[in-house]
Every structure is written in C-alpha cells, then in structure tokens.
Design a protein around this ligand. Structure first.
Ligand SMILES: *Cc1c(COP(=O)(O)O)cnc(C)c1O
Length: 230
C-alpha cells in the first residue's frame, strides 16, 4: 500500500463506524485523489471553487472515481455557487445569512436541495467568517421556507494552538449548542431539525480531541496527503 493508503487505513482504525472521514484534497493533484480512492476513500473535500470544479471535471472526463461524494469546506462567495453546488453533497462552510439565502435561492431556482452545515466562529480569532455560536438558534428559526437547503448540523474550526484546553473549550461550546438545539432547548422548529445530525469538528492536528466531543465528521488533509505546498 502507498503512503496515502496507509494513512487512510490508520485513520479508519481510529474512527468509529459512524464517524465519517473527509479527505481534504485541496492543493493536491487529482492523482492523490485517485490514490485515496483506490484505498477505499469516498468522501473528499475542497476549499476553493475553481479547484473543486477542475478536479470534478477531470475525473468526469476520464470516467474515474464517479461515486466520490464531494464536500465544500472553504469560504464560498455567492457568485461562485454554480461552480460548487451542482457537484457537492454537503457544504460545511455556510458562514453568513447572506450565503445561506443565496444557497437557498440557487437551490429553488435550479431544483436542487443542498445539504448545509452552519459554520460557527469558535476560535475567537479575529475573523469575520462564521456565525456566533449563540446566534445559531436564531438562524435555524428564521422565517423563510428554505426549500433549497437542508440543515444538517454545525461545523467549527478550533484555534491553531498548542493550548489543548482552549481547543477543548471551543469544541465544548459548539457541542453544547448542537446538543441543546437537538434536545429542544432553543425552540427551533422541529421540521428544521429532521436531518440535523452532523457535527463537523477536527482536522489533522486536533481530530482526536474532536472525537471526544462527539464529532461525526473529521476533515483531514495533511495526515493523509502530507504537507501542502501553497
Ligand atoms: C484545510 C482544511 C482542513 C484540513 O486541514 P489539515 O490540517 O491539513 O488536516 C480541514 N478543514 C478546513 C475547513 C480546512 O480548510
């Protein structure tokens, strides 16, 4: 087995059967996607619309890996939706009301329903991306029929830090919100929560901690494919 295959096998051993391994192939050539696919990997994620689109197109042209499920995990501008939404089974990174509404509109206009996670800003870092965790119930309860999206859960990225207690605090914050919403603590309409089952937490450096906090999807790039060259 090659290095990519070995890394995937190793990770799968650590994950319970109901935790999904999302292979983050951003900045890697399509050959690496094929190698991971050959090792049995089926869920891949990209963070840039053009890169997703070109990998999807290249595999389609060669007729390979046609049962890959693509996820999108990066910041998505509303003018790029057509490069992304037709090809993905899940967008992890819905990070604003503006984007949520655009994804919903796109779905209604094109007759598709996009599965989405709401990205929470848990890192406390100075970024504008993501919802405040405390604002999530209001987003989920907002008026509008949302026929073009299906709310599937929450996503969070912890700080890049060696301070494990900070990472734990951040994962706990989003997990508590996730559990509270599902448990009915915030009065979110029940019909919005029928498929609200996913908690996307954890990357190469912190996935073991994320699993302790109930992550249902870990997004792993470096550990599978090696260091990225930007
Ligand atoms: C790049 C990226 C990852 C993967 O990071 P690694 O540290 O390489 O595992 C996970 N999630 C998001 C949102 C990313 O942008």
């Amino acid at each position: 087995m090659d290095d990519i295959g070995q890394a995937i096998a190793q990770l799968k051993k650590e994950l319970s059967p109901d935790t999904k391994l999302v292979a983050v192939s951003k900045f890697r050539p399509v050959e690496d996607v094929k190698a991971a696919y050959a090792a049995g990997q089926r869920i891949f994620a990209e963070s840039r619309p053009q890169e997703l689109f070109s990998k999807v197109s290249s595999l389609k042209a060669s007729g390979e890996c046609c049962d890959i499920q693509w996820h999108f995990i990066g910041h998505l501008q509303t003018n790029k939706l057509k490069m992304v939404l037709p090809y993905v089974s899940l967008v992890h990174s819905v990070d604003s009301m503006h984007l949520l509404e655009a994804v919903d509109n796109y779905g209604r206009e094109n007759g598709i329903v996009t599965d989405v996670l709401l990205e929470c800003r848990i890192s406390g870092e100075d970024t504008k991306q993501g919802f405040e965790t405390s604002g999530i119930p209001a987003v989920l309860s907002s008026p509008g029929r949302y026929e073009g999206v299906r709310f599937r859960g929450l996503m969070g990225m912890a700080s890049f830090t060696d301070d494990e207690s900070a990472i734990r605090r951040q994962f706990a914050e989003i997990r508590d919100m996730f559990d509270g919403i599902r448990g009915g603590a915030y009065g979110v309409p029940r019909e919005r929560l029928g498929n609200f089952t996913e908690l996307s937490l954890g990357m190469s450096g912190d996935y073991r901690i994320a699993l302790e906090y109930g992550s249902t999807m870990v997004r792993i790039g470096t550990l599978i494919f090696g260091e990225r060259k930007y």
